[in-house]
Design a protein around this ligand. Structure first.
Ligand SMILES: *Cc1c(COP(=O)(O)O)cnc(C)c1O
Length: 301
């Protein structure tokens, strides 16, 4: 378990039983922190441990609205580790609130042109200031075995053995891999891919899993709403209705799509009568900051 931060996230029940004959609970990783995305925090844990042991500076990558960047900035600062963020694109004249927050947590930001970013080429100033051996690089989104190991704790911190289905949004799939690793053989783990036609995700998740857990999950590729960070009026309507009914905020990049998918699946009787479904609210509402005011009936802190 996390040596730096060991929270237990609450599980809440939704009133779906009467409508669908399926019990649905939500594991609220979003309750960890108003700014830092819950699943990112879990994924970072083992990376932080390694960086701290090696006495290195953490360096990681992300976009201007990246949940991973703020989470790394905050987690590194809690652990007393210096952190550097390489941000995709030219420096904007007004930095995004996400970047302002990352900076406030003590992260040094460097901007990288989209082409340099793609090849993971580090900005020249970083090379001038730091020796490569002083840097501990965390891949974008925390993808990797330490990330998967951290994500296992998402399920292990509560008693979740009674759920028949566990559903989560999947970006890099690191979080899903952790859920699969922690789940038992009779539990079905379902990932809602938020990227369009990202079929290599299957292999990327398998790559992180121990042999006996490989392939023990289902990816659904029909709920990306047009692709990564794409949105629709239907998605916003769902997010607002879901908030009005449950008081649970979601984001349009990850959890909004995952929960929209979950309700579409409920209507199709995908889970079967009597199923006990756990929706993992992975946290992170940063993406909503990029939306025009008034799109959503709830705000982002
Ligand atoms: C980053 C993020 C994800 C995706 O997690 P992966 O481990 O990359 O699949 C899901 N939900 C939220 C809220 C996130 O911030």
């Amino acid at each position: 378990m996390n040596p730096f931060f060991n929270p237990v996230c609450p599980i809440e029940s939704l009133a779906t039983e009467t409508a669908f004959g399926v019990s649905v609970d939500v594991l609220r990783l979003d309750r960890l922190h108003p700014v830092v995305s819950g699943n990112k925090w879990f994924k970072l844990n083992y990376y932080l441990t390694e960086a701290l042991t090696a006495q290195k500076i953490i360096l990681t990558f992300g976009g201007a609205f990246s949940n991973h960047i703020v989470a790394t900035a905050n987690a590194a600062s809690n652990a007393g580790i210096k952190s550097i963020g390489v941000i995709r694109g030219e420096e904007p004249s007004t930095p995004s609130p996400t970047l302002v927050q990352a900076k406030a947590f003590g992260m040094d930001l460097y901007y990288s042109s989209r082409s340099a970013y793609k090849t993971k080429q580090l900005p020249a100033e970083i090379g001038e200031r730091y020796a490569p051996e002083d840097l501990y690089v965390i891949p974008e989104g925390g993808y990797g075995t330490p990330g998967m190991m951290g994500a296992r704790d998402i399920l292990l911190q509560n008693n979740t053995s009674g759920y028949t289905h566990i559903l989560s949004a999947a970006g890099t799939g690191t979080t899903l891999a952790g859920l699969v690793a922690a789940a038992s053989a009779n539990q079905k783990v379902i990932g809602i891919s938020v990227l369009k036609n990202n079929f290599s995700l299957q292999n990327e998740i398998d790559h992180l899993l121990p042999t006996d857990r490989k392939g023990q999950f289902t990816l659904l590729h029909d709920y990306h709403v047009g692709g990564y960070a794409r949105r629709s009026a239907e998605l916003f309507r769902f997010m607002n209705d879901f908030y009005a009914e449950t008081g649970i905020p979601t984001d349009f990049v990850y959890t909004g799509k995952a929960f929209l998918a979950a309700f579409a699946l409920l209507r199709k009787n995908y889970f079967g009568q009597g199923a006990n479904v756990l929706l993992v609210h992975t946290g992170g509402l940063q993406g909503n900051r990029s939306l025009p005011k008034g799109t959503l009936i709830f705000g982002v802190e």
